[in-house]
Design a protein around this ligand. Sequence first.
Ligand code: MN
Length: 221
Amino acid sequence: MSLKEYRAKRNFTISSEPAGDAEPKSNQKRALLFVVQKHRATQLHYDFRLELNGTLLSWAVPKGPSTDPSVKRLAMQVEDHPIEYANFEGVIPEGEYGGGTVMVWDTGKWTPEVQNAEEGLRKGDLKFTLQGKKLKGSWVLVRTRGFGSKADKSWLLIKHKDEFASKKDIIADEPRSVLSHKLLADIARDNDGNVEKAATGDPISKPEKAAPAAKKKRRKQ
Ligand code: MN
């Protein structure tokens, strides 16, 4: 677990993302944290992060998690992030690494369902339980076959069958931040971000969409 790659990709004098502690320290007495951040970067994706040994193991999930056990969601492992990143909601300046709007879409505690989470990760099969505000119950991350340089980075995130499994589309039905209750466009607006770009990650039926058209009409009169 190292934040070297994380730090090398970012300029903390420009981006308000946390640099992280100099030495990631494990704290076994604290419950393990998980967070899912909705990130409207070049492509909209959901960053799925599990605390382990003082950092956040991270996967980018293009379509976001699904509560339907028959649906497997691709999860590309990315660099470990600092623990403090779990609270980061805001805007990464355009032109910087991951430039765009970030929302804390879900957070809570996670528990490995195996004796040794690190061994599970090494073997490419990590079963765990989530106690989030949106995501709950039993899940698994399984390593799958990837391509070229990403061969060992490709995983699938899958819901196990339990009382929290559901056919409902949690991504579409619960689009708001669990920290602020904001949509992506609200977060962008409040942090001098690109509101139009952020809004493309929000549900289409939101009232903000109607506002610019109405303004235009009035100007013509
Ligand atoms: Mn991301």
